[in-house]
Design a protein. Structure first.
Length: 474
């Protein structure tokens, strides 16, 4: 017996993703050479709209804290924050939403741009939202024992409130932590060691044209600083990268000899481009490389209120200045390979067509809302000497579905095919396996889903068995 599955809340990222990304970026940035659809890995999340990236490196992984633009938004309609992670910069695991407006009893709307930081065994996430009691934007702080949460309101009230937004947090080498935020002004406060209180009062940083560049045509905003500050330190120099001018915004930066200035304007990081009239920077170093995160409107239905996060690798100039960075749809190169012989979450994705993620009855997330021909790309899978079998955890309420294991592309060589039975429900789980041949070396793996009309199956995780391991067990 089968039953109809409710419609997905967001089916707008379907088959035409790759060519639409290429078209939008081609129109926005003519100088960028467009790679083929098979190479497209930006934006790095395609299952939902994401905005305002905030990377954090912890224990050999990059954790990416983001906002979530709701489908079909015509304003900044944002109700939750999301977490993603990667150890190779191309395959990103969806950790869902461990924090939302409902986490703060005092908040009403506007889950906007925040940043998380690690200190003393805990993770602190600073986020702006509307204080229901005052109607003004305020900044709260949530805390968790894990980078993926769950996070909880650390205070039960705002940490700081002056109607302004976009907190960034920075811990200096001497252990002093700073919180910066602002639009239209730029503020900072020194956080105490507990990361949930501060010493003194918030201080406004003077916005001078020498420090933050000259804006023309708006007497009330003489400098380029708009919003979205991102503060960090490199080789003894302090950087503040920010969204500049409006609208459309570009990304600019300034530097200083100390964490509170005096700041000197240094120029453009990323010119205006990409189909969104806002942008938001996040910079981190990971495994010896530097990366610049941003958002654009490159996915189908994308724009200024339906944005998507992307990333580029870059190198500082010899004098410490940041080069001009343009958006691409190729994204950052992979660092290392993905190990197929350990459990991989099904929501670990480099690129996808048609699938989405949702909470699973077995914990975590599963991929679902899968139609015939949908696929997941997992980039740079290190099969080594070869795999003998594939195992996956699946659920389905229909008959006749299958997972095809294709190499090199969604229409590439078939290395295996696992039939998926009707398990009796979309959250009634079973484990299936099938033989594999030809999966050797390092190749891009495509999990391509086949079957009849309508939704086919859900998947939680998968793994391969190495040929030599199978032989040794006999």
């Amino acid at each position: 017996m089968t039953y109809a599955r409710p419609l997905s809340p967001s089916r707008r990222l379907g088959r035409a993703v790759a060519w639409v990304v290429g078209l939008i970026l081609a129109l926005a940035v003519p100088a960028v050479v467009q790679p083929t659809a098979a190479r497209a890995d930006n934006p790095i999340v395609q299952t939902i709209y994401t905005a305002d990236p905030a990377p954090l490196v912890h224990n050999g992984r990059v954790y990416l804290y983001t906002g979530h633009d709701e489908d079909n938004s015509t304003n900044y309609t944002m109700k939750e924050w999301r977490v993603w992670s990667s150890d190779d910069m191309v395959n990103w695991t969806d950790h869902g939403s461990p924090l939302g407006l409902a986490s703060f009893s005092w908040a009403s709307t506007n889950a906007w741009a925040g940043q998380a930081v690690y200190r003393n065994g805990k993770f602190y996430w600073y986020v702006p939202m509307t204080n229901r009691a005052t109607g003004r934007m305020a900044i709260g702080v949530a805390v968790a024992d894990s980078p993926t949460g769950p996070f909880r309101d650390a205070l039960g009230h705002p940490l700081v409130e002056n109607g302004q937004i976009d907190p960034t947090v920075f811990i200096d080498d001497d252990g002093q932590a700073y919180l910066y935020w602002g639009n239209p002004d730029l503020w900072y406060v020194k956080l105490n060691a507990d990361m949930t209180s501060y010493a003194g009062s918030p201080t406004k940083i003077p916005l001078t044209t020498a420090g933050f560049g000259t804006r023309t045509g708006d007497a009330s905003r003489p400098t380029l600083f708009e919003e979205g500050p991102w503060v960090y330190k490199r080789n003894g120099l302090y950087y503040i990268v920010f969204a500049a001018k409006c609208c459309s915004e570009f990304i600019a930066y300034s530097t200083a000899p100390g964490p509170t200035g005096p700041w000197t304007y240094r120029g453009t990081v990323m010119p205006t481009q990409g189909g969104s009239f806002t942008n938001h920077p996040g910079i981190t170093d990971f495994k010896g490389n530097s990366y610049f995160f941003y958002h654009n409107g490159a996915l189908p239905g994308g724009g200024g209120f339906t944005r998507s996060i992307a990333v580029e690798k870059f190198s500082y100039n010899s004098d410490g200045t940041i080069p001009t960075i343009n958006m691409t749809n190729a994204g950052a190169p992979q660092v290392g390979t993905l190990n197929p012989y350990t459990r991989q979450e099904a929501d670990t994705i480099a690129w996808e067509s048609g699938v989405e993620t949702e909470p699973s009855g077995e914990g975590g997330l599963n991929v679902g809302y899968i139609d015939n021909g949908d696929y997941i790309k997992v980039k740079g899978v290190g099969f080594g000497a070869g795999a003998s079998s594939f195992t996956t955890r699946v659920a389905s309420a229909v008959d006749g579905s299958a997972v095809e294991l294709r190499l090199g592309g969604p229409s590439g060589t078939v290395a295996g095919r696992c039939s998926v039975p009707n398990t009796g429900g979309w959250q009634t789980w079973t484990t299936v396996s099938c033989p594999v041949s030809g999966a050797t070396g390092t190749q891009d793996l495509y999990l391509r889903f086949t079957g009849g009309s309508g939704y086919l199956l859900n998947m939680i995780w998968w793994r391969f068995t190495a040929a030599f391991a199978a032989a040794a067990s006999k």
